[in-house]
Design a protein around this ligand. Sequence first.
Ligand code: SF4
Length: 444
Amino acid sequence: MALTGMQIYKQLPKTNCKKCGFPTCMAFAMQVAAKQKAISDCPEISEEATTALSEESAPPIKLVTIGAGDAVFETGQETVMFRHEDKFHRKCGIAFKLESTLSDDEFRAGIEEINSRKYVRVGKEIKVELCAVELDGDGSAERARLAAGASAVPIILVGEDPAVMSEAAAAIKEKKPLIYRATAANIDDFIKIAADNELPLAISAGTAEELADFTVKAKDAGVAELLLSFKGDKVGDTVRFTTQVRRSALMSKFRPFGYPIISEFESDSDETETALIAVAVAKYSGIVIMKGRKAWQLMPNLTLVQDVFTDPQVPNTVDAKLYEIGTPDENSPVMYTTNFSLTYFSVAGEVERSKIPAYICVVETEGLGVLNSWAGDKITAEKVIQTLKDQKVADKVKHRKLIIPGLLPVFKAEIEDLSEWKEVIIGPETAREIPGFLNRVWDK
Ligand code: SF4
């Protein structure tokens, strides 16, 4: 039976410290009772209280940790079907697959490639999160060891032969790789390998009923960390399977499906695989294995992961302050924008690309972009003028030219009338036009 808010509250520290994001312990307890939060979201709760509340208060989807030390990836513990109901707690991890057919040199190069696939987008790092090593016959344990020594990200051991998997898993168990994947043909052996080495296990089955039987069996054998594996080549199958699993876990609290999902796709077409991965990212996969490793396949899906797994209730902001792009001096251009991070980083990136050092004055707009902040009354000409004063922008340059966003030209006259910035230049409407614009209007 589910715990009530009061039963949960009794186990909490009752200090109302707000570290969980709620104003009181009681408010937090009500959220846990409604399965909207996990008890582990209270950083102050004692171990005894956690144990006491464990089974019933456990989140409907278990948290699974792959990797050890600095290379750790967590998935699961999701609480909602749709992002707008709260947020998705743990981002989907993209894994690159290194196939067993690679030569040793190609394999090493593949690991290096995985380690280096990191990018910064809107101020946050996005990257390949896992290295999936395909095992096939002799030399598999050596491959696993090589990956364990060289990979900067956690490892997934990919194979279906129990003898091969057993050797490879034992060889690198201290790195806590994921064993991928148990099927009807090897389920007993793979459960034993996972239990003996205390490793997480991905399980796949032909039907939902069989999958539920397998996860119960694995749990009873002591394998606590499981993933539900889906391998297919059709969009409809993907969405049907992942939605059914998520819905059963969250809405019906069906514990045998209370685990994160790992997906992989069988396709000879890079384009099809890339599109299917996007569907899996959007529809509930905790990990997706990619066979194609080209940048054009990776980037859209990393971008999608970042967008889907951003908390929709927390504006993505940067500090409202004066930013220096390059090494600007007293003759450099000055412009302003809002503190919505996507807006700021788009503008900053394009200014950098222009090769003209500049000052960007960021106005506090509660994380809204240019037009939204104007529509929501979060930005006015007076506020821009005040921000320029507060940030002492006039002390940085000897000119009084101000470039303003092309989407908001209406401030021009007011800024010129009410401030010392007597030459207001209307900039482009989109960030990508900034390099051409600056090189055209600014005398270097
Ligand atoms: S973090 Fe824990 S102790 Fe602090 S207010 Fe939240 S529930 Fe209470």
